[in-house]
Ligand binder design. Sequence first.
Ligand SMILES: *Cc1c(COP(=O)(O)O)cnc(C)c1O
Length: 386
Amino acid sequence: MLKRRLMTPGPTQVPEEARLAMARQVTHHRTPEFKRLFAEVLEGLKEVFQTTHDVIALTSSGSGGMEAALANTVPRGDKIIVLEAGRFAERWTDIGHAFGLEVIRHEVPWGKAVDPGDVARLTSEHPDAVAVCSTLQETSTGVVHDLAAIGEVVGPTDALLLVDAISGGGVVECRTDDWNIDLLVVGSQKALMLPPGLAFVAVSDAAWQRIKAVEPQAFYFNLSTYRKKLDGGPDTPFTPAHTLLAALAENLKQIHAEGIEAIWRRARRLARATHAGIEAMGLELFAERPADGVTAVRVPEGIDGLALPKRIEQRFGVKLAGGQAHLKGQIFRIAHMGIIDELDIIGTLFAIEAVLYEMGYQVHPGEAAAAASRVLAAAEEPVVAT
Ligand SMILES: *Cc1c(COP(=O)(O)O)cnc(C)c1O
């Protein structure tokens, strides 16, 4: 018998209160009770996303939110710039192509962060681009991009800033309004600690103006349809996944009680502790600008990168994520978001170290956990604005 510990950067562990909420009998959504719950959830999300603008809830995985963002703001044939620095950023390009958009791909080597200076050059070279698409936390490489700086560059231009914060929203610092983010997409199964099935899109006023002027390439994902239902006690045009929304209400209570800034700080501490443990094993981080919600680690020379996470799972029940696409076998990834806590991190570091030891790699079991513990035992530092 193994105790399972989900340490992947999505889906993530779901808190007990949310799981119990989902065990209750299904209710009906055309009721005052649902409207109350939905209003509460949308307000709570605004705080998490640091926006005063509308938040739209879609019943889909995160990618549905990305599709909605593009299909509602960019007409067929128009130009977008994609800041392509990993597997998930490529999805913007794929969606763009599916909708017949002209995609200017700014390819950044995986593991590197987007240089805001390059964004400035691109927006001046392509003044006709109507959107710039970025990722906040690139889950495939463990990089967080400097959205504050990118937003400063894109803000004064005519282009909208579309951000995939599917895994970043709720764990890494993200100030949607202050950073000029026009459409922010967040998924349910990452830092929001829910099962998969919901996507959220925060929409700025400038984005709504664009949406009104554009013929949407969408029916189910037509954001105007959802917008109309928000007035007069929020409602949804289609049957919402209200079981998931009830669970979200439970998670938002806990998020609100702790405060979003404190949650960002907590994630940063866990990230630092993880980095310290990884470095103590003599391993290398993959990301040039490491994100607070996920750590990507290079598999060391001489170790089978596909066997490593498998053996860790078999031996300890700890589920890590491997690499995607050309990074398969090259990296592994550890999440530190949601309810993943200090002991999960310490235990996971030990599990990695113990299996590396078994595989003949030169480590001293216990050292990684010790290095991480020292970071966690130190006094809490104030969050540094990125
Ligand atoms: C998980 C993830 C996605 C994909 O989301 P789905 O819910 O699987 O559609 C997209 N972007 C990022 C950054 C992610 O972490």
